[in-house]
Design a protein around this ligand. Structure first.
Ligand SMILES: Cc1cc2nc3c(=O)[nH]c(=O)nc-3n(C[C@H](O)[C@H](O)[C@H](O)COP(=O)(O)OP(=O)(O)OC[C@H]3O[C@@H](n4cnc5c(N)ncnc54)[C@H](O)[C@@H]3O)c2cc1C
Length: 662
């Protein structure tokens, strides 16, 4: 079957669809309609890996083997891709309860006071060191065990309260924010809370909650975004009671100060379905174990006081009981840890962005040029409005997701990935715009400003510090691929087998039938008008935005389907096209969270003209971005751009290197 013929082929099958309730999760619904199994399928049955290079195949198979299928119920954000707009899942806004808020108040007040009185962010940036008394002070107020349950010596606070702490930290100092966040969002605490045995929790959680620093070591020189290329080995001892670790880890944040690490290592491969499959296992490793060496401290453009290390392992013996989860489940541990851990960065971004908005707002009203405050010039006003809208949406998305997480409201991996990707990119834009608003003063260091008698307002420090947020804990590109993979999942399950040349013809033919049955019902419905569904107590301005989002999620689903029909199994190579679909869904999530949060604030008696002004502005600008994404799905220069890059990689276009010092 030609790739472009899938759509008529699928729709040509005259089978009556039996679509269930629109609130049912895609996986369940698809399973029922197609008798496809909702359990996790083998990667090979969903994605054809036969034409991939060895490296690509291994990376994909490892990633697929570590991926849990999306929760049966789907989620608000994942359902956007199949044209299902479940506003009920996020409305009324799942606000933090008064009780939970109160539980965090005492600590948050202490943290705020501590930061203001004892943490000198510019000095930390200048010296590249966080003073030892700050480590002690933060430990004393409990900042290293915010989410660790009280019975293990922590504060036992919720994700929402942890997020509020991250806002405070982000607004003050990126270095301390990174220290505290790497320690408990990806360091020992989070994976142990998710997967640890009772013995492991009792042994390690009181230590890390008390201030013994922890870190997470996954990256290696040759294993960045692609963990399949990991080379640090963990070989079992002959009696099987321990593993011997050999190799090296790169860029381990907190490594220089850590007492205990989570280390991902390659354990002996297993044979799965007749083929050798790589195994990655997560270990808890005490830094004082003989053979472990903190070999080098890495330094960066920003986060200058990050205690980031190259860690060497030479015959490091780690007992079997230090495995987190099971042997071979290391990547799953890492992915699941990050699914939650990823919410800390957007919360910190809310703090950075609010601070930069405040700096910009004040400066735009004080600084007079050409006879008026610069905020009266349209070009500057435009930047500040954009910052304000994005701050509002960022807070809405991040705390909506945090609160859903606290309520254990299903699988939120898409929401947390969207928050991470969107918030880190918007924060970078906000930092860039804040620098422009402050002009030369934005580029000048705080110390230099102070030296000539001006207020030491840092913008350049925030700009330097926030850039890395788009690189670590899943780079923006990897986040887009991750979200796209989940977006395509329901469709891959229904129709992926058709194109999988590794499957027998009978199975592929069956897939044509089952997918035809499904799409014959699903596809026409994506064209049906929505009708108007008046949402209880939603302000009419916000209702309009929700109506738009409802219709646009169907348009998104149609677009994605058309792209699948056009590119067939090669769609996964169309990264720029997929990134536009991911961009549309993320903006729809942002609009929806903004509306839900906006109504919540109105209900709390906040000034309606203020709430609606910022919410309406944000939605309007997000809709323009969505228009751009849609336009790009039809008209773009992707193919030419790709071709041009391949030419450059092949050493052509020498004129572009002429006339420079090399
Ligand atoms: C300051 C700092 C702190 C860090 N802290 C930690 C830590 O505590 N623990 C830890 O384990 N690691 C840590 N890292 C590592 C970080 O997670 C990696 O830098 C990140 O995973 C990206 O890997 P890489 O830098 O090797 O980039 P690469 O994987 O080499 O990627 C380079 C570029 O290519 C893109 N790219 C790669 N693959 C694809 C693809 N398939 N499709 C499209 N684009 C792609 C990437 O997005 C990136 O833009 C840290 C890094 C830094 C800089």
């Amino acid at each position: 079957m030609g790739q472009s013929s899938i759509l008529p082929a699928l729709l040509g099958l005259e089978v009556r669809a039996t679509m269930k309730s629109p609130l049912e999760a895609p996986e369940k619904q698809i399973a029922e309609e197609t008798s496809a199994k909702p359990e996790k399928p083998l990667a090979s049955s969903v994605i054809d890996t036969s034409k991939m290079s060895k490296g690509q195949r291994e990376a994909l198979e490892l990633a697929e083997a570590s991926r849990d299928p999306l929760d049966d119920r789907g989620s608000f954000a994942s359902n956007l891709f199949i044209g299902r707009y479940d506003f009920d899942r996020i409305y009324p806004y799942p606000a933090q309860s008064e009780q939970d808020r109160a539980a965090g108040e005492e600590f948050l007040q202490k943290l705020e006071n501590y930061l203001r009185e004892h943490v000198d962010a510019d000095e930390i940036d200048r010296t590249g060191e966080i003073p030892p008394e700050n480590f002690r002070g933060l430990a004393e107020i409990g900042a290293f065990g915010i989410k660790v349950p009280k019975k293990y010596g922590g504060l036992g606070l919720s994700q929402s309260n942890y997020g509020r702490a991250a806002v405070l930290l982000g607004s003050w100092d990126g270095n301390v924010a990174a220290l505290v966040s790497a320690h408990q969002s990806i360091g020992v605490a989070q994976p142990l809370l998710l997967f640890g045995t009772e013995e492991q929790k009792q042994k390690y959680l009181p230590r890390v909650a008390g201030g013994e620093i922890s870190a997470f070591a996954l990256t290696e020189t040759h294993a960045g975004s692609d963990p399949a290329t990991m080379s640090l080995r963990a070989d079992p001892t002959p009696d099987g009671s321990a593993f011997i670790l050999n190799g090296e880890k790169l860029w381990c944040t907190n490594g220089v100060k850590a007492g205990v690490l989570v280390v991902m290592a390659k354990t002996p491969p297993k044979i799965v379905a007749g083929k050798e499959r790589k195994q990655i296992t997560a270990f808890i490793v005490d830094v004082d174990t003989p053979g472990l060496e903190i070999a080098y401290r890495c330094r960066f453009m920003g986060l200058r006081a990050l205690y980031n290390a190259v860690v060497k392992f030479k015959d490091v013996r780690v007992p079997r009981e230090n495995i987190i989860a099971k042997e071979g489940q290391g990547l799953k541990v890492a992915l699941m840890t990050l699914n939650t851990g990823r919410l800390t960065l957007p919360a910190a971004c809310v703090g950075v962005s609010k601070r930069l908005l405040e700096i910009s707002r004040k400066w735009a009203s004080e600084r007079v040029q050409w006879g008026v405050p610069i905020g009266k010039h349209g070009a500057i006003a435009g930047k500040i409005a954009e910052m304000a809208g994005n701050v509002f949406a960022m807070e809405a998305m991040t705390f909506l997701s945090s609160s859903l997480l606290d309520r254990k409201a299903g699988d939120l991996r898409i929401e947390t990935a969207m928050c991470k990707m969107w918030a880190t990119e918007m924060t970078w834009k906000i930092a860039d715009d804040a620098m422009q608003v402050r002009g030369g003063r934005g580029y000048e260091t705080a110390a230099s400003l102070a030296g000539r008698g001006e207020p030491p307002i840092s913008v350049e420090r925030f700009l330097r510090d926030c850039r890395v947020n788009m690189i670590f804990e899943g780079s923006s590109e990897i986040m887009r691929l991750f979200i796209a993979r989940e977006a395509l999942d329901p469709h891959l399950k229904v129709g992926g087998a058709i194109f999988n040349t590794q499957l027998p013809m009978s199975e592929r033919a069956k897939a044509v039938f089952t997918s035809g049955k499904f799409y014959a019902g699903w596809y026409p419905r994506q064209w049906l008008p929505n009708g108007t569904r008046k949402i209880d107590n939603l302000h009419r301005d916000l209702q309009k935005q929700v109506d738009y989002a409802t219709a646009t999620s169907k348009k998104l689903a149609r677009g994605l389907f058309h792209a699948m029909a056009r590119f067939g199994p090669k769609l996964d190579r169309e990264q720029l096209l997929l990134s536009r679909f991911v961009g549309i869904a993320t903006e729809l999530f942002a609009i929806s969270a903004t509306c839900s949060y906006g109504q919540h604030l109105l209900g709390q008696g906040k000034a309606s003209e203020e709430v609606l002004s910022v919410a309406n502005y944000f939605c309007r600008s997000a809709r323009l971005r969505i228009d751009n994404h849609f336009a790009g799905t039809h008209r773009n220069a992707d193919k030419r751009g790709y071709q041009l890059t391949q030419e450059l990689l092949a050493d052509k276009h020498a004129m572009l290197r002429d006339g420079i010092v090399r």
